[in-house]
Ligand binder design. Structure first.
Ligand code: WQD
Length: 329
């Protein structure tokens, strides 16, 4: 199939493009490069040994979107493009609602106009809020405490209503847990601008000496060792989940957790990183980060059952691959 990947130069988008190409699909990338680099498009082509078509466009630009859809016969869309910094979304809510919601609505509008019937949406476990773990797709969603999370809840609702009104328009909503790691080539990975918010790029920068030590945000949570528990999933496994969702997409709206189903604490992650790379990571325990929840991990059985998708890479591989990418930066 010919797939339009918005945000395809980003961290998860680029890995998904590689997985799509290796599965025999062709790829068009639309990315405004506001949080990514065009060189990543070259790396995707190099890794897969396949060409992709790249448009430097903003997916809130309806004219630009129509231009792409009028030039290419598109069989499906995977929509990654959007802003995703939780803290920034609290400071700039209007920017987040405009960007993340308008892009989703315009993309769906142009899909309907051109008869594109497959839409895979990049959602997040954040939509569950502080629910009881493990999170299940059938759970009622709780408030997410930040505008970023709310844009994901609202986008899911918008896409569900559109699909209900247009039976030919099928939607797969993928709720990610904590993507980490990088492609084994070390060419593509998570390269945030500035000081990383997420733990893995922060740890790899400590390992590299760019940052002095990790601040562990609280060790008084009701968890095994008091530190936050998350479901870390290798980004390549996550990318494979998108291909499985696309290839198994039939009529209606289908929501899947893409996680390992296993919770890992911050201290357990640090231990795995030190073991995988034989590097000590200095850290201090500091206060909790506002908005963090104690535990977040998936019940991934629905994706396993319906998509025939399971994770293949463990925590050690995630840590090893993340470090290899950081060393290449
Ligand atoms: C993981 C754990 C922190 C940094 C976020 C977004 C979520 C999704 C994934 C987009 C937590 C602890 C972290 C640090 C630390 N993004 N931590 N020191 O918050 O689970 O999820 O990224 O979809 O929407 O909310 O990921 O990597 O920031 O934190 O102790 O310097 O590591 O408290 O327990 P999080 P994270």
């Amino acid at each position: 199939m010919n797939i339009l990947v918005t945000g395809g130069a980003g961290y998860i988008g680029s890995h998904t493009c590689v997985a799509l190409l290796e599965a025999g699909h062709s790829v068009i990338i639309a990315d405004n490069l506001s949080n990514s680099k065009e060189q990543v498009v070259d790396y995707v082509q190099h890794i897969s040994n396949k060409d992709v078509i790249f448009y430097k466009v903003d997916v809130t630009d309806e004219v630009a979107l129509n231009e792409i859809f009028s030039r290419h016969l598109i069989d499906g869309v995977i929509h990654f493009a959007g802003w995703k910094a939780v803290g920034e979304s609290v400071e700039k809510p209007l920017m987040y609602y405009m960007n993340n919601l308008v892009s989703t609505m315009l993309l769906a509008k142009v899909c309907l106009l051109y008869g594109v019937e497959r839409f895979v949406f990049s959602s997040s476990a954040t939509v569950y809020g502080d629910n009881k773990v493990p999170f299940k797709e059938t759970m009622d969603l709780l408030p997410t405490t930040n505008p970023y999370g709310e844009t994901k809840v609202m986008s899911e609702r918008i896409l569900t209503d559109i699909a209900n009104a247009n039976p030919a328009f099928s939607v797969s909503i993928l709720r990610y847990f904590n993507p980490v790691g990088a492609h084994e080539s070390g060419l593509i990975g998570e390269a945030p601008n500035g000081i990383p918010n997420n733990i893995m790029p922060y740890v790899t920068q400590v390992a590299k000496g760019k940052l002095e030590k990790l601040r562990v945000f609280g060790n008084d949570y009701p968890t095994l060792d008091g530190t936050g528990v998350r479901d870390y999933i290798h980004v390549v496994d996550l990318a494979d989940g998108h291909v499985a969702a696309l290839e198994n997409l039939n009529e209606g709206v289908h929501t899947y957790n893409l996680g390992t189903g296993k919770g890992t604490s911050v201290l357990e992650l640090l231990k795995a990183f030190e073991e995988a790379n034989d590097i000590e990571i200095p850290f201090d325990i500091v206060d909790r980060r506002p908005g963090d929840i104690a535990s977040c991990f998936a019940d991934a059985s629905k994706a396993n059952r319906e998509l025939g998708w399971t994770v293949k890479r463990d925590l050690i591989e995630m840590c090893r691959d993340a470090w290899r990418f950081e060393k290449n930066l």
